[in-house]
Design a protein around this ligand. Structure first.
Ligand SMILES: [Zn+2]
Ligand SMILES: [Zn+2]
Length: 467
């Protein structure tokens, strides 16, 4: 019985862990490495064991850094089940197709460059056909039901409160007369996140894998950011300008819409045209709409009146023509568009059209990685480059730090402390500084035995003291 660490150890992306129990092999997460040229190489690396030798795959949630290499695994010969929450199946249907489309497009561009240098063509990481094949292998599960996925291996998903369908993964392993329980936090949400319920409390574990994205940070309050949003609406209305919000298609967009519904009157939204300009965000919003059974109580209440009012007001911008037509409006327009870091998608067209206009307000609501256009805006750049052309930034840029899909240090420590008997914990899914800081806090505040695993490290589960 053992657990190996093969991804998101020393970084945030590319989650991948391998469980072995008797002769059975289960891959937990199969995520894409994101960011830069190293990522391209890392994603082409072979899987820790031959794809065909796996018996099951378990997936915590739809984000591409957890799910994005699944089509590649299937192309490499994995034809078994992929267990995940049913809302994740719906979101993966959008996200894996989108990822395949981007892979195909990316490899075309790359191959044009290679051809000019006389290099041989590269195949895309995977194709739309691979993604579609993978989607057929998904097996939808509900939260809280314990399922035997293989002889001697039981699985239960618990609500992680991070995005729709996101799960904490509990696995019970049995080999002869020995049994161990492994708990993987997945990505843990922040308590009080709109729409979603708070992360479930796990009662016991022999080994815990804990994410540490914000292991070294305490979040600013969401209420401050909500108040700031209201002020931006007031200022932009007084000036007669437009508002542009770059947002991630899954999660952040739906939270924004929730806040719009909740503060509809306070923010005077009747005066505005509100446009959701991202086909992927529109589809993700439809999936959220389909899964009311997963909402928290406040959202269900809100939905009845305010939600319907916003729904009637919200314009879904589906075609490129509709999107271009928005360029003509000089005032009174709120545009939510992807991508969240302004690196692709329709938001770039709107930036080109709006950034140089002084009455524009750009609202940044999500994490901006170093080197991205979004980060440059946050850092106060006077110009940003769009399609090789410098565009003067005359717009007012607001950075709101109170929206997060991840628990902060306090949230992570509190979640761990609720597990009985301080089981040993392995920190994953975080930069090294974040992991180190969280490790210190877990030892100090919770008396935890903490390990920061590296790539290829292994836990012999039988050697662990029972909880
Ligand atoms: Zn995530
Ligand atoms: Zn993640």
């Amino acid at each position: 019985m053992r657990l190996g660490f093969h991804g998101a150890v020393g970084g945030v992306t590319g989650s991948c862990y391998l469980l072995e129990c008797g002769a059975r092999r289960v891959l937990l997460e199969c995520g894409l490495v994101q960011g830069g040229d190293d990522a391209r190489q890392a994603n082409r690396a072979p899987f820790p064991v031959p794809a065909g030798s796996l018996d099951a795959v378990v997936l915590s949630h739809a984000h591409i850094d957890h799910s994005g290499r699944i089509p590649m695994l299937v192309a490499a010969g994995y034809d078994g089940p992929i267990y995940t929450h049913r809302a994740t199946v719906d979101l993966c249907d959008i996200m894996l197709r989108d990822a395949a489309y981007l892979q195909e497009k990316d490899s075309e561009t790359e191959n044009r460059k290679r051809a000019r240098r006389g290099l041989r063509r590269l195949k895309p990481l995977y194709t739309m056909r691979d993604a579609e094949r993978a989607l057929r292998q998904f097996r939808p599960l509900a939260y809280d039901a314990r399922t035997e996925i293989l002889p001697g291996i039981e699985l239960r998903l618990r609500d992680a409160g991070h995005i729709l369908g996101s799960a904490i993964v509990e696995l019970w392993l049995r080999e002869q007369d020995r049994s161990r329980k492994v708990v993987f936090s997945g990505d843990l949400g922040l308590r009080g996140t709109p729409i979603l319920r708070d992360p479930a409390v796990v009662e016991e574990a022999d080994a815990v894998l804990l994410e540490s994205t914000y292991g070294d940070r305490l979040h600013r309050s969401r209420d401050d950011s909500i108040a700031e949003l209201g002020e931006v609406f007031a200022a932009a209305h007084a000036e007669g300008g437009n508002i542009l919000i770059p947002a991630f298609a899954v999660g952040r967009t739906q939270e924004l819409l929730y806040q719009f519904a909740r503060h509809y009157d306070d923010w005077g939204l009747d005066h505005w045209r509100i446009c959701l300009d991202s086909p992927m965000a529109i589809r993700a919003t439809e999936v959220y709409g389909k899964h009311e059974e997963l909402y928290d109580r406040e959202t269900l209440q809100l939905q009845r009146e305010a939600g319907l009012r916003l729904a009637a007001k919200l314009e879904m911008i589906r075609t490129p023509q509709q999107s271009r037509a928005l360029n003509r409006a000089r005032s009174g327009l709120v545009i939510i568009a992807a991508s969240g870091m302004c690196e692709g998608g329709r938001v770039r067209h709107h930036l080109k059209n709006l950034l140089w206009r002084p009455r524009t307000h750009v609202i940044i609501v999500g994490f901006q990685a170093r080197g991205t256009t979004g980060r440059k805006l946050v850092d106060g750049a006077a110009y940003v480059s769009l399609w090789g052309e410098p565009v003067r930034v005359k717009a007012t840029v607001h950075t709101l730090g109170g929206f997060s899909a991840h628990a902060d240090q306090q949230g992570l420590v509190d979640w761990y402390r609720a597990i009985r008997g301080s089981p040993p914990v392995w920190l994953v899914h975080g930069e090294d500084e974040a992991r180190a800081a969280l490790g210190r806090q877990l030892r100090r505040a919770a008396g935890a035995r903490v390990t920061l695993p590296g790539p290829g490290d292994m836990i012999e589960l039988e050697r662990l003291r029972r909880a």
